[in-house]
Design a protein around this ligand. Structure first.
Ligand SMILES: Nc1ncnc2c1ncn2[C@@H]1O[C@H](COP(=O)(O)OP(=O)(O)O)[C@@H](O)[C@H]1O
Ligand SMILES: N[C@@H](CCOP(=O)(O)O)C(=O)O
Length: 302
């Protein structure tokens, strides 16, 4: 018996400024996973593309672990498998590479067994591994995902904006592990800062849901994580300011960084160039990507 599935999973930009651990958007940048069940009795893991020199090819690989967690949950004993991951999502840059790796494994394993688990079950499993739902929810469902934890269960509302929106992502050449970027956050915040973020999160979600993107200027402001993380990203305030000066509706840290993201309808190249130049003034080499919102999420290709 030999069976193969190929799945595609999008990158995600989490937080969107104030929506820390709650809001994320799927982007048109993808990793692909080819998963084969065979009778070999062996495990073979191959990584191609982004991070192939760094990613493990043994049982510590998180995509492999995700595959095995589905097999274990449904009581399937796998005789042998091969897993080939082809990555275009850069590692540890704030574009949800770990979420994509986890979701790819869960989704492919579920597909190859004929979908014994629901999408909600996969989301809960992915969140338990990732630690927060804001990347894994849009990676699985596509679109803009607004998530809340209700005990160990995730409640996710998915929406798509009514008008086109381009996501301009400045990608610095250095990596920043999410774990490291979470360590600099305070354990407690003031009521004033909490109120600041509640109002901005509401405004940001409202702006995206209605297409009134001018509200993103204020709606992407944040006091919960960005001020603490900017010490890890040289030039961050200047790059965000440069994006707005070049015409962005607003700009924010992408996930835990170091990528910075700006939102626009028509000015993507001018904004991307301005962000890259602003990084260069701080001796940070960067490139920019112009992405759209992925509407499909994790998808079986064959
Ligand atoms: N394609 C992949 N396959 C296996 N593991 C991956 C893959 N992509 C990322 N990872 C794991 O996730 C880590 C990066 O996760 P994280 O620090 O959260 O950054 P990101 O913002 O990119 O999600 C990598 O060091 C690696 O351990
Ligand atoms: N809410 C998380 C999001 C991390 O996203 P990533 O793409 O950097 O992994 C956080 O801000 O820590």
């Amino acid at each position: 018996m030999k069976k193969t599935v190929i799945v595609r999973v999008p990158a995600t930009t989490a937080n969107c400024g104030p929506g820390f651990d709650a809001v994320g958007i799927a982007c048109t940048l993808y990793n692909h996973l080819e998963l084969t069940i065979n009778e070999s009795g062996n495990i073979q893991i191959t990584n191609i593309g982004e991070g192939s020199d760094l990613l493990p090819t043994d049982a510590t690989n998180i995509t492999y672990q995700a595959v095995q967690s589905v097999f274990a949950k449904v009581g399937y004993t796998c005789p042998g498998l091969s897993l080939t991951m082809t990555n275009t999502i850069p590692l540890a840059r704030g574009l949800g590479s770990s979420a994509a790796a986890i979701v790819a494994g869960l989704f492919a394993a579920n597909e190859i067994l004929g979908s014994p688990l629901t999408q909600e079950e996969l989301l809960d499993m992915a969140t338990a591994v990732e630690g927060h739902p804001d990347n894994v929810a849009p990676a699985l469902y596509g679109g803009i995902a607004i998530s809340a934890m209700n005990n160990a269960k995730v409640e996710t509302l998915r929406l798509l904006p009514p008008r086109p929106l381009s996501l301009v992502v400045a990608v610095p050449a250095f990596a920043l592990a999410t774990k490291t970027a979470r360590r600099v956050l305070p354990k407690q915040v003031s009521l004033a800062d909490a109120v600041f973020n509640v109002s901005r999160t509401a405004l940001m979600v409202g702006a995206l849901a209605t297409g009134n993107y001018t509200y993103l200027s204020t709606g992407l402001e944040d006091k919960l994580h960005q001020p603490y993380r900017q010490s890890l990203i040289p030039g961050m305030p200047d790059v965000l300011a440069a994006a707005k000066t070049a015409g962005a509706f607003g700009a924010a840290l992408s996930g835990a960084g170091p990528c910075l993201i700006a939102f626009t309808e028509t000015q993507a190249d001018a904004i991307g160039q301005a962000m890259v130049e602003a990084f260069a003034h701080h001796q940070v080499e960067a490139k920019y990507l112009t992405l759209s919102i992925d509407t499909e999420g994790a998808k079986k290709l064959s």
